[in-house]
Design a protein around this ligand. Structure first.
Ligand code: C2E
Ligand code: CA
Ligand code: CA
Ligand code: CA
Length: 279
């Protein structure tokens, strides 16, 4: 029995070591990824109920030497823990700004915002606001075409500081969306104080919305909160007609999910969604 115990400890030891080694491999490859031009932004359509484009979310993709894609779910957490998220976050903001400039030049109306994910660590940085404003001015991107997606963890670190940063950027015309809403520690009292423009209903509630009564109730409650606080709601992870119909019935008017379109390269989004948009 003693030996077995020792084996178990050894086993854990090995798997922890393996995980550390694995992180190390990702981390050093990430360090080179930017200079090797291995990052790309994909764009997922956000639509109304008829599938007409109302906005886009920029989602990072990392294609390694062998052209294998590493998903952000895998490398963003590593980047956050190693501090590399600041380099990646700056790259994302700059790339999104350049896309905004290109779409403006192509006659895409200003209502089509580009939403960018900003991690808690990145948002918490003292220079976040000034660096973001600098990227906008260097690229010439119109701030009112940019939307920042924050999670609750970004805001709850220090709600007063977060509020002040949001207000400074809102004064420049930037919009805010609260991502993954309902999965964290959201309390209604702080939501009321937060000057966000949009709530994103997390896909974990949308997934079983037509079968799971508590998920359905949560989504209905979030939609009711949005009405009373005058915040736009958008549902993410919409994959089926049934989910869409349920959401519509309860007042949701903005949708994102595979039902309308997956994240795709900018040129593909342009081909599929821009034809009837140009001014
Ligand atoms: P997120 O911000 O919640 O993004 C939504 C994720 O759901 C995306 O995964 C998207 O591809 C996926 N998705 C969209 N529609 C559907 C659907 O109908 N069904 C299902 N099952 N999934 C759907 P992705 O692109 O793999 O990104 C994962 C996470 O990585 C994002 O979650 C976000 O937290 C993070 N991330 C992605 N890009 C960036 C970035 O540029 N910066 C930062 N800081 N984080 C990023
Ligand atoms: Ca997001
Ligand atoms: Ca989300
Ligand atoms: Ca999510």
């Amino acid at each position: 029995a003693k030996d077995a115990g020792r084996d178990v400890i050894k086993f854990f030891d090995n798997s922890i070591q393996q995980e550390i080694a694995q992180r190390h491999v990702i981390e050093s490859a990430l360090r080179r990824a930017e200079s090797l031009n291995q990052f790309v932004l994909y764009y997922q359509p956000q639509t109304d109920a008829n599938g007409r484009l109302v906005g886009t979310e920029a989602l990072i993709r990392w294609f390694k030497e062998d052209n294998k894609m590493v998903s952000p779910g895998e490398f963003i957490p590593v980047a956050e823990q190693s501090g590399l998220i600041e380099m990646i976050g700056s790259w994302v903001i700059n790339a999104a700004c350049l896309q905004i400039v290109a779409w403006e030049a192509a006659g895409i109306p200003p209502e089509i915002k580009v939403a960018v994910n900003v991690s808690a660590h990145q948002f918490g940085h003292v220079n976040f606001v000034s660096e973001l404003l600098m990227s906008l001015s260097i690229t010439g991107a119109d701030p009112s075409r940019l939307k920042i997606e924050l999670t609750e963890s970004a805001i709850l670190q220090d709600i007063e500081v977060a509020k002040e940063k949001i207000l400074r950027l809102k004064a420049a015309g930037i919009r805010f969306s609260l991502d993954d809403f309902g999965t964290g520690y959201s309390s209604l009292s702080y939501l009321k104080q937060l000057p966000v423009d949009q709530l994103k209903i997390d896909q974990s509630f949308v997934r079983d919305i037509t079968e799971d009564e508590s998920d359905a109730a949560i989504v209905q409650a979030i939609l009711a909160i949005c009405v009373s606080l005058d915040i736009e709601a958008i549902a993410e992870g919409v994959e089926t007609e049934e989910q869409l119909q349920f959401l519509l019935k309860h007042g949701c008017r903005r949708f994102q999910g595979y039902f309308f379109g997956k994240p795709m390269p900018a040129c593909e989004l342009e081909e599929l969604f821009f034809t009837d948009l140009k001014q």
